[in-house]
Design a protein around this ligand. Structure first.
Ligand SMILES: NC(=O)c1ccc[n+]([C@@H]2O[C@H](COP(=O)([O-])OP(=O)(O)OC[C@H]3O[C@@H](n4cnc5c(N)ncnc54)[C@H](OP(=O)(O)O)[C@@H]3O)[C@@H](O)[C@H]2O)c1
Length: 314
């Protein structure tokens, strides 16, 4: 089968299509013929740095990057109970860990997948994986009806799902992006938009119950300022030592600063399946690339300007 191999950390040019052996499944796994892959900032961050590669893949080289797939089950292990050959499935496979998604076939534990809802494309299903799971795993226990919620980077992969999930819980949603993406985030249900290029959110907002910070740095520290007493900021890209630093500032208003690493879960994938089926979630795929153009897809993500999701099709 064809797979995209990364021999060593570096630029997107290091991603090379090669012929490799098809994976052999374990008893609890299914073999998926991959039809679409979604990519995320973690893909290029891991590709760029040897430490990141080692964290996810140990000493193994070359590696096959990628975690988000949609496809069709073509083989099942002896212990698999939830899937049969021919099922259309989607999921984030083995995250954090050894993903192997940039390939024509992928061996996945059955408890990382869900069946795709009827009437959605492989591209849409693949888009509704890591970024959507992150938004779900962050918001499901932290946001309730009438909360004032600030979502930074509402036009990005995580943010565009987060707006929709927070609205479905009855929250009042304020979001940041540049002006060109205002109409997009409002169309997703956001109640207020702040153009971060012309307006300092920390000067116009207060009394916020929950902030989802997909940016880090100064934005994290300024987010603490807009919290109400007892509020929380969850920062996705921030290391623990910086979280602790921000927590010291938050202590004065009895607020919380936290982090989360998304994890594979068929239970959560099934929740996303329901949200897709009932129309709560409408994923936005802004760009689709061919498998051969994975390097271009990475370059798009690395620009930091992606709207919704980027998907690669096979
Ligand atoms: N901890 C975890 O488990 C986890 C999971 C998922 C993601 N993450 C991290 O979370 C971050 C966001 O991921 P993502 O997939 O949503 O990224 P993304 O799709 O690449 O985000 C792109 C969006 O960010 C917006 N943006 C850029 N600079 C901004 C700023 N200063 N203020 C507000 N918006 C800004 C852009 O809008 P404009 O073009 O309008 O500026 C663009 O639409 C990444 O660092 C990722 O690695 C962590």
């Amino acid at each position: 089968m064809k797979a995209i191999l990364l021999e060593q950390a570096g630029s997107s040019e290091n991603l090379k299509i090669k012929e490799v052996a098809k994976p052999i499944i374990k008893n609890n796994e299914v073999l998926v013929a991959v039809k679409a892959i979604s990519i995320n900032p973690v893909d290029y961050k891991i590709r760029l740095a040897e430490e990141g590669l080692t964290m996810m893949y140990g000493d193994k080289r070359p590696v096959v990057l990628g975690w988000d797939i949609a496809g069709e089950v073509v083989e099942i292990g002896n212990e698999v109970t939830n899937f049969k050959i021919g099922d259309k499935v989607f999921g984030m496979v083995n995250f954090p860990g050894n993903g192997n998604a940039y390939a024509e076939f992928l061996a996945s534990p059955e408890d990382h997948l869900a069946k795709m809802p009827e009437n959605i494309s492989f591209e849409t299903a693949a888009a509704t994986t890591l970024a959507a799971l992150t938004a779900l795993q962050v918001l499901e226990t932290r946001v309730k009806e009438n909360d004032r919620v600030l979502i930074h980077a509402g036009s990005g992969g995580v943010g565009h799902f987060a707006i929709q999930i927070a609205k479905s819980k009855g929250a009042y949603v304020i979001t940041t992006s540049s002006a060109k993406n205002k109409d997009f985030v409002i169309s997703l249900g956001a109640d207020e938009h702040i153009d971060y290029r012309t307006e300092a959110f920390e000067e116009v907002l207060s009394d916020i119950d929950f902030v989802l910070d997909g940016m880090g740095g100064e934005i994290l520290f300024n987010s603490v300022k807009v919290l109400k007493e007892g509020g929380e900021v969850l920062s996705l890209p921030t290391p623990q030592n910086v979280i602790k630093e921000a927590q010291k500032i938050a202590d004065s208003k009895k607020a919380k600063v936290s982090a989360l690493l998304v994890h594979s879960s068929s239970k959560d994938m099934n929740t996303l399946k329901e949200m897709l089926a009932t129309g709560i979630l409408k994923p936005h795929v802004s760009q689709t690339f061919n498998f051969e153009d994975m390097a271009k897809a990475h370059q798009q993500l690395e620009s930091g300007r992606t709207v919704g999701k980027v998907v690669v099709k096979l």
